[in-house]
Design a protein around this ligand. Structure first.
Ligand SMILES: Nc1ncnc2c1ncn2[C@@H]1O[C@H](COP(=O)(O)OP(=O)(O)OP(=O)(O)O)[C@@H](O)[C@H]1O
Length: 257
């Protein structure tokens, strides 16, 4: 992804600082694909079937689609954890972090989890305490720094997983149903954190089944079905007026894989 991709606004959105009187900035025709024609075969099934995902380089994109559509697999391909059988993946894995629905944490303190991630990201030892403090603050975890991570509540653990994912200062943060098992307050905390991260130049891809969450958070939505990208649209337009029959059926609760 070039720097040029990163500063262009979504179609219909204003650039930061642009007032309503300012001339509209020309929009990108279409961002270059992050995944292009990706096919993933397992046991004779095409789990991803020619998937092309175009990420604009900024903001929050929600991936929606029924169970089994291939959303999690596509995040894993983007993160470099799964290699596709066919198709292109732009080399973004190094600058990409993935957060799962159920946080995977070390059986050590909150502080040690963050320090470990910073060490793995090759942050020099003298810089680590400052970065740990910064991440604790971002996740509102200061008071829990010396607690064992396994003693955290679900919401606290997910906040830790999210700020830990920022240790590498990723350009792309992949969130796989990060609030699926959280209460409304913890969900709001994760949403605020993700929105803040996206404002600070890390692009976010969020898998969600919750149209309310997509409406609150996403700039645009990519709807997947049967391993394919079926529809891409600005979030409000997609949620109000999905164009494809499959997306309409999904939003009405009628679509199975
Ligand atoms: N390692 C694997 N081997 C074989 N099949 C797999 C593997 N991983 C996933 N699948 C299958 O691939 C399909 C897509 O799975 P994926 O987890 O990406 O779906 P999803 O869209 O994220 O669904 P959900 O909304 O339920 O999380 C499913 O049918 C799943 O059973």
């Amino acid at each position: 992804m070039t720097e040029g991709d990163r500063i262009l606004p979504f179609p219909g959105r204003r650039a930061p600082g642009e007032t309503s009187d300012a001339p509209a900035i020309p929009t990108l025709p279409e961002p270059a694909p992050t995944l292009e024609g990706v096919v993933l075969l397992r046991g004779g099934r095409r789990l991803l079937d020619g998937l092309t995902l175009r990420l604009p380089g900024h903001g929050i994109t929600a991936l929606m689609g029924p169970n089994g559509a291939g959303k999690s697999l596509s995040l894993r391909v983007m993160a470099g954890l799964v290699r596709p059988d066919l198709g292109q993946v732009r080399s973004i894995a190094i600058a990409t972090s993935l957060v799962f629905q159920r946080p995977v944490l070390l059986r050590r303190s909150v502080r040690a989890n963050l320090d470990h991630a910073l060490r793995a990201a090759r942050v020099p030892r003298r810089e680590r305490p400052g970065r740990v403090a910064e991440l604790l603050g971002l996740g509102a975890l200061e008071g829990l720094a010396d607690q064992p991570a396994r003693a955290l509540s679900g919401g606290e653990a997910q906040r830790l997983a999210l700020v830990r994912a920022l240790a590498v200062r990723p350009r792309l943060l992949l969130l796989d149903e990060p609030t699926a098992s959280l209460d409304p307050r913890s969900t709001a905390a994760i949403e605020r954190l993700a929105a803040r991260v996206a404002e600070e130049a890390t692009e976010v891809v969020l898998v969600t089944h919750d149209p309310g969450q997509a409406a609150r958070m996403a700039d645009r939505i990519i709807f997947m079905h049967r391993g394919r990208d079926v529809e891409t649209a600005p979030a409000a337009a997609f949620l109000d007026r999905p164009e494809t029959p499959a997306a309409r059926a999904y939003l009405d609760g009628r679509l199975l894989i």
